[in-house]
Design a protein around this ligand. Sequence first.
Ligand code: ADP
Length: 364
Amino acid sequence: MESFSKEAYQELFDAAPDAVIVADIRGKIKMVSSKVEQIFGYPKEELTGRDITFLVPDHFMRALSENILKSGILFDVKEMNRVQDLVARRKDGSEFPVEVSLRPIRIDGKHWITAAIRDVSEKKKMISELKNSLQALERKNRELEQFAYIASHDLQEPLHTINSFVQLLGQEYGGCLEEEAKKYLHFIEKAAGRMSALIHDLLEYSRLGQKAEMSEVDCEEVLQSTLQNIDSLIKSSGAKVEAGPLPHLWANKTMLILLFQNLISNAIKFGKKDVIPEIRIRAEEQKHFWEFAFEDNGIGIEEEQANKIFIIFQRLHSRAEYEGTGIGLAQCRKIVELHGGRIWVKSEAGRGSTFYFTIGKRHK
Ligand code: ADP
């Protein structure tokens, strides 16, 4: 068989995207690619014949397994073909993180090792920046939730006082009040009641996920419990709820019931006038998660509004049209995200909506 010349091998190595070093099994460098010169700062001639450990900082070498060093065989067969994270040293003494993958080869009947080396400084930097941003975001989120919890908790007490005195005023002085004054009192009562509902929902929202126990949950059972909870709404609206086979999930059951309940009751609440609400639920298995769809024949949502509705307190309708606090879908999003999934809606005004969400197959 025709064999390649040394120059041809060199060209092949130089064409590789990674820096490539060929060494014998004791680690003595035979050949290096041009990329090696670039990332380590040594000319090829300075490397050939040297021990490959020359490119690794001493402190890192010392940390390597004693056994490997003692045996004189640097390359453990078990480590072959696996990408390893190592630290390398440039000619100027600076250190940088590398990914190295080793491969045994045979040339002219002799065993050699090729090491493909990739400088991962940029990658590592990006990962660590991303991690920092995520941690900062999580911290901010926690702070915000804590704030929402404390604020809503502390607001309850003065509101309770307002409610009690408005009631007392009505009961004890109602007889002496003029019609206009009674109307004002009624408005105060209504507003205080509404604020109570908002604070209650906000508290529930910020409590979501605290001590959430996960277990195997049968979604058919989740649906049955949901339908029982909103039985009177279903009966009074005449809504029809149809569901395909639903899976078992690793989830928090109470949260799933709340999720189903919010989606089904919204589908009924935002139904078209004089049309019986019909809700179709299906779950489709994907590789890593289940994708659920809750489809309704309701009033639908304008495309440009579709992203807003998952934000807390965002509503598209006045209270006169539809009752609500605007927390339901924010709750749904939080529940889905706590289960490692995402939620979105596809809809067209006047043509019904389909709410989709995903839940990972096993998210512990
Ligand atoms: P609420 O129901 O208290 O208004 P949500 O957070 O549950 O709050 O919903 C936010 C808004 O999204 C609703 O006010 C409504 O405008 C819109 N919406 C939610 N579900 C549907 C649906 N199935 N069909 C049409 N619009 C919907």
